[in-house]
Structures are given as structure tokens and as C-alpha cells.
Design a protein around this ligand. Structure first.
Ligand code: 0X9
Ligand code: ZN
Length: 299
């Protein structure tokens, strides 16, 4: 079964999602929103007591294969929500949560079994003998710009065209249909200990950047109180440089989502992507703290 003392394979994560759906059939709905190039399901769990009326928050993880702490954190968020659902405060129970722990299942399994530091998905390229597109360069926002590569062998290959990838298409289609009331898009990455907000594709801040900075500051303060870890809050292009094609920017540009954040979880480079399992619990708590803080901000 599921626990947060170690990292899990895709099937264990999907079994956990099914188990939650079975335990809470009245508030949960499990979607298969598409399939990958290698034929794996793309799964999203919805948690809601009133999907027609409640404001929505989306949480994803595992866009990048090697960032194992991300699916671990997103599944922990699911556990935090559901293990205590009846007693959650109104700002949590009164939202519709969409949770996708692994956006890139092919890459995740490839990282677990073949190449630990694999980043992209595993779709074959027509032009070269290399595999994989960086899903966080494949969304249709600033796609033809800075910070991504046209070379299929690069780790930041943007793909043959915007949303060329099945994973991107599935998320775009699913969220576009549900953009009404969609207040937040949270995406979990590692590493660097940062909470960042748009834009990434250009060196400009979103109009309500001061609100986003303030909520990020609150999350970062609460994280420090809870686990002692230091995270920074910043606009993306200042913290990480300009890069087009990101899911975060896309959610703001295409769907007009307000609270858009990418969190870079632990650590700051000591272990990097290969974060030892003993850090999962605290890191996941930090990820949960961001979700809680944003839920409170939505109100
Ligand atoms: O470069 C990325 O995609 C993310 N960093 S990572 O080391 N996890 O790969 C940062 C994403 C920030 N947002 C955008 N670039 N849109
Ligand atoms: Zn990443």
C-alpha cells in the first residue's frame, strides 16, 4: 500500500487513487483523461461536494520524470485532504480539487527502471533517434521563444509543435472544459526550494503580481515554521530565467487562472533530483502547506 517513507511506482500510485475513490465514492470521481505514447493511462482524481458550484483548484505533479518528490508530495496532499475530509475547514472542503499526481507516467517509469535522471516524456521523434519532449516546454504559450530547444535530443526539447504531446493535449482538453471557476493551478517540481508565479515566458509580471507575491510569502513563512526549510518566493523569470511553453504560464494565459504557482520542492542541490526517502515527509508537508495557503487565499 501507500506510505511516504519511500517512492512508489506508477501502479501503486494509481491503486492509491482507486482506493480513495472507493472509500469516498460520494466526493470522489476518477478520470482517465488520456493515454501516453507507451499506452499508460493519465489519471486525475476530483474531490468535491459540489462540482457545479464550488471554485476549483488543480494540482499536478510528475511533469518531469526524475523529480520523484513531486508525485510523492501530490499523493501526500491527496492523503492529507481525504484522511481528515470531514474535519477540513470550509476553505478546503468548499473547493473542487483536481489532482493529477503523475502527468508524465512514461517518463516516471523510465526514470525508475532505466535512467534515473530522465526528464522528458518518452515519445519517439520522427527527426532523430532521440526520445522525449519536455512537457513543460510544450504548452502553447511563448512556445517558439526562449528557454527551450528545437533539438529532439535536448533535455528541454519543446516538441514539433505546441501541444504536440498526448500528455499536454489531455491536460489542455480537460482543463479547458473546466475553466469556469478555476481559481488556481499548482504544479509541483523539484528542486531549488522556491515558489514562483508568472510570467516565465517573458520578463514581465502578471497584473496582480503583488497579490501572488503576498500569498507566496505567506506560504513560505508557514513552511519555515512547520519544517524549518527556507523557500523563496519570486516571479519565475527572475528566479529561473525566461522559458516558454510552461503549463503554469499556459493556465494563466489561456484559462485566466488567478493563483498560478510552480513550487520547486527540496532540496537546494545537495542531493538534487535524487532526494533520499528520509526527506519525503517534511518536503510533502511543505507542498501541502502551499496548497492549504492557496485554498485559504481563494476563500
Ligand atoms: O524549468 C522548468 O520547467 C522548471 N524547473 S525544473 O528544474 N523542475 O525543470 C521551472 C518551471 C517554471 N515555469 C516555467 N518555466 N514556465
Ligand atoms: Zn521540473
Amino acid at each position: 500500500g501507500m506510505h511516504w517513507k519511500d517512492y512508489h511506482d506508477l501502479e501503486t500510485i494509481y491503486a492509491f487513487m482507486r482506493e480513495i475513490r472507493t472509500k469516498f465514492p460520494n466526493v470522489c470521481r476518477l478520470y482517465t483523461i488520456g493515454k501516453t505514447a507507451e499506452g499508460r493511462d493519465l489519471k486525475v482524481l476530483r474531490i468535491s461536494e459540489n462540482p457545479r458550484e464550488y471554485k476549483k483548484i488543480w494540482i499536478d505533479g510528475g511533469i518531469h520524470a526524475r523529480e520523484w518528490i513531486s508525485p510523492a508530495t501530490v499523493t501526500f496532499i491527496l492523503y492529507q485532504l481525504m484522511s481528515n475530509w470531514e474535519n477540513q475547514p470550509a476553505h478546503i472542503r468548499g473547493l473542487t480539487w483536481y489532482i493529477m499526481p503523475v502527468m508524465n507516467p512514461d517518463g516516471y517509469e523510465y526514470s525508475r527502471t532505466v535512467n534515473r535522471l530522465w526528464r522528458k516524456n518518452r515519445s519517439p521523434s520522427r527527426r532523430a533517434k532521440c526520445f522525449g519532449v519536455d512537457l513543460n516546454r510544450n504548452f502553447d504559450i511563448g512556445w517558439n521563444g526562449y528557454g527551450s530547444s528545437t533539438n529532439p535530443c535536448s533535455d528541454t526539447y519543446r516538441g514539433s509543435q505546441p501541444a504536440s504531446e498526448l500528455e499536454t493535449q489531455a491536460v489542455v482538453e480537460f482543463l479547458s472544459k473546466r475553466k469556469y471557476n478555476l481559481e488556481s493551478y499548482l504544479t509541483y517540481h523539484s528542486y531549488g526550494q522556491m515558489v514562483v508565479y508568472p510570467w516565465a515566458y517573458k520578463a514581465v509580471k502578471v497584473k496582480d503580481a503583488s497579490v501572488l507575491q503576498r500569498v507566496a510569502n505567506t506560504a513560505v513563512q508557514r513552511i519555515a515554521q512547520k519544517t524549518g526549510a527556507n523557500y523563496r518566493a519570486s516571479v519565475t523569470h527572475e528566479a529561473l530565467g525566461i522559458a516558454g511553453g510552461g503549463s503554469d504560464d499556459w493556465s494563466r494565459a489561456a484559462l485566466n487562472v488567478k493563483y498560478v504557482y510552480t513550487i520547486e520542492l527540496r532540496d537546494r542541490g545537495n542531493f538534487g533530483f535524487v532526494l533520499p526517502p528520509r526527506f519525503i515527509k517534511d518536503t510533502a508537508l511543505e507542498g501541502w502547506t502551499l496548497a492549504e495557503t492557496v485554498a485559504q487565499a481563494i476563500g
